[in-house]
Every structure is written in C-alpha cells, then in structure tokens.
Write a protein that binds this ligand. Structure first.
Ligand code: PLP
Length: 393
C-alpha cells in the first residue's frame, strides 16, 4: 500500500500530496466516496474481485477509495509498507491484538499507558488467555528480564500520556530483540505524529495512531490506524478488519486527509506555544513540577533532536495544593476547554486522576506518578499569551 512515488519527498509535502489521485472528474480535492458497495461489470468480475484475482473495490468495510487515500498518506508519512485505518484509536489497538495474538501469547507493555489501552489489555483481552505484563518505560533491564519466548510484541507510548516520559526506541528495540528476535516493537505515536517522530526508523515494527488527535487536529472525528509491514499489518491485521468490521468511515477519512494537509504547520506552532507556556509554568510558585520534553530538566530531554524533532504540545504540571487546587484552577479558566481530548487547535485542560485515568486504581496511578494535583494541558493554536493569562492560581 506504500505510495512509493512520494517516498522521496519531505514530510510537509507528503502530508499534502501523497495518496491523492484524481478520478475522471479531475477534482483537485479528495472526493468522499460515500458508498457502501461497488458495482461489477459482470458476474465474472465480481467473482474475480472476491477471490482477489483482480484488484479493486468491493465493499466499504474493507475497500473504500477515500479510506485508502488516508491509509496511503499515513503509510507514506510513517515510512511503512502497509496501513490499516480503523474506527478509532482503540479499534486500532484491538485489531492489532486480534490480528497478531493467539491464546497463550504474551505482550509486554509499559506502565505509563493511555488509560483505556491498559483497561483493554487487563480487563478485556486478558479474558482470552493473552498474558500482559507491565514494566517501567525506562527500566531496560526489566524489559530484558520479562521478554519471553511467546512475547509477540511489546507496546508503549513515547512520550507517555499524561507525564510525557520518553524512551529511546532504538535502544529498547535492541534490548528486546537480543532476547527474542521475533518480538515486534509497537509504538503509539499519537502524541508526536510522523511530523515529530518516525518510530519505524528507530527500530520499531508497528506504529499505532489515534487519528482523533493531531491528524484531525480540530476535534471533529474519531479514527485510528495501524502502520507496519505487509505480512503483519497489510495481511493479518487487515483480515481482522475485513472480517470483524471496525472500519473507518469515508467521511472521517476525508476529514483526516484534510487535517493532515495542515499537520506540519500545526505541529510546529503548537510545539512553539507549548514551549513558551512550559517555560512560564516553571516560574510559578504554586507549581510543584512541570512535565514537558522541551525543558532541560526533563529526564529524557537528550532524545530531542535525535529521535523526536520537537517537544510536542502536551504540557502537564503538578500543583502544590493537590486535587483542590487543580480543580479550582481548571474551573477558573475561561479559554481552555475542560475536555479530555487533545491535539486540537483549541487548548484543552484536564485532571487525569479523575478523568482519563479515573478507572485505574490509586495504587497504579501513584506508581506511574499521576498525582491528585496533576493537570494535563494540550496546547493549541491560540495566542499563547492569552493562554498564560487564562490561568489563575
Ligand atoms: C486517544 C488516545 C488513544 C485512543 O484513541 P481513540 O481514537 O480515542 O480511540 C490511544 N492512545 C493515545 C495515546 C491516545 O491519546
């Protein structure tokens, strides 16, 4: 599915041009193919399409031209062979697991994960005799010790949600593959997007996206994707999509295609705003700690410019006054949207321990450092001075 013609171009160009091919109507912008099925010239052609002896559209659960354009564009950007689009980021993770895992398999994950991802693993997939283990993201010896013969893949985010912890993907990949060369490396690249980080270039095998976030960029649609090689993603995961049906709608694919065209400028400007915002936050006496890769005090700051080009736009901070101070600050904002979404042009503010990570046990939250005074912001494209003036401690 890789659109090789576009591989030679730089990301900003790929995000705008790749995956596009005009129909006979010669349109200049992607059309939305709002059709559930496609017609065949003959009974023979229908049979050939269904048996894959002829390539072409069949039914929009698994072949839709607008969705395919989105898949091609994201595969090009991530530098992957194949991409499968899904109804949501969570559907992408579920499809990945259903495509690659069988009962008795083992998956090793980092402790700091998107809240729902961890619940999917421990509360749902564990019921199907898949074994999940969790280790601290930067504890390389724990990863090394826990990789088993049946560890099908490892799964992590860098930077993590909400504490922006980063990990050296190549180093972790080397450590894991030295123990089991068959273990695949899966990275949730939602916080960076391919504009800031290309996990496949740093030893990863699979990239997961919640397109809901920066790929859309304006908080309109839910969607997700899995990028990787042809055998695992283009065939095994794709066949799960074809058969079980968590597909992306053509309308959403079109929104994401349009969103990706501005991804490069949006990422650059929101990272710039986030840096100004974080630099201001560290000077505030009510703030105990700021979590942001762009600060020299961040423990993995050295990975900036090496693995990840810009710091991202998620800024989390802990207030000295605990939950009471956090809720008070959130309730006093007028500009920030109180919502759990992120990656929007609009800046958002949330209290992780009672929202995104509210279903975790307090013990699990404390273990990764999600304290009651923690606030997560996703810095958008408003004037950053207005955002700073919106915070009243
Ligand atoms: C939002 C998010 C998801 C889940 O994506 P949905 O599109 O909401 O299903 C997964 N991982 C991360 C890091 C996210 O932020």
């Amino acid at each position: 599915m890789t659109d090789n013609k576009w591989a030679k171009y730089r990301p900003a160009t790929q995000a705008i041009r790749s995956g596009f091919s005009a129909t006979n109507e010669q349109e200049h912008s992607e059309p939305i193919f709002a059709t559930s099925s496609f017609i065949f010239d003959s009974a023979q052609q229908a049979a050939d399409r269904f048996s894959y002896t002829e390539e072409g559209n069949i039914y929009s659960r698994f072949t839709n031209p607008t969705v395919q354009r989105f898949e091609q564009r994201l595969a090009t950007l991530e530098g992957g062979e194949s991409c499968v689009a899904t109804a949501s980021g969570m559907a992408a993770i579920t499809a990945l697991c259903m495509g690659l895992l069988s009962a008795g398999d083992h998956v090793l994950c980092s402790n700091g994960l998107f809240g729902t991802t961890k619940l999917l693993f421990t509360n749902i997939l564990a019921r199907f005799s898949i074994n999940f283990d969790f280790v601290d993201l930067n504890d390389y010896s724990a990863w090394e010790a826990k990789v088993q013969k049946n560890t099908r893949f490892i799964y992590f985010e860098t930077p993590t949600n909400p504490l922006t912890e980063m990990v050296d993907i190549q180093k972790l990949s080397d450590v894991v593959k030295a123990v089991n060369p068959n273990t695949l490396i899966a990275v949730d690249n939602c916080f960076c997007t391919p504009m800031l980080q290309l996990p496949l270039k740093h030893g990863a095998d699979i990239v997961i996206h919640s397109a809901t976030k920066y790929l859309d960029g304006q908080g309109r649609c839910i969607g997700g994707a899995i990028v990787g090689d042809k055998e695992n993603i283009g065939e095994k995961v794709y066949s799960v999509l074809r058969t079980s049906g968590p597909c992306m709608s053509p309308f959403n694919a079109w929104v994401f295609l349009k969103g990706m065209e501005t991804l490069d400028v949006r990422m650059k400007q929101s990272c710039f705003n986030a840096q100004v915002f974080a630099d201001w936050l560290v000077q505030q006496s009510q703030v105990k700690k700021v979590f942001f890769p762009g600060l020299a005090s961040h423990p993995q700051h050295h990975l900036l410019g090496v693995q990840q080009s810009l710091p991202g736009a998620i800024v989390s901070f802990e207030l000295k006054g605990g939950k009471e101070a956090a809720w008070k600050l959130i309730d006093k904002t007028a500009l920030f949207s109180i919502t759990s979404n992120l990656g929007d042009t609009r800046s958002t503010i949330t209290h992780p321990s009672t929202t995104t990570h509210g279903r975790w046990s307090e013990e699990d939250r404390q273990h990764v450092g999600i304290r009651q005074g923690l606030i997560r912001t996703s810095i958008g494209l408003e004037d950053v001075t207005d955002l700073i003036e919106d915070l009243h401690f």
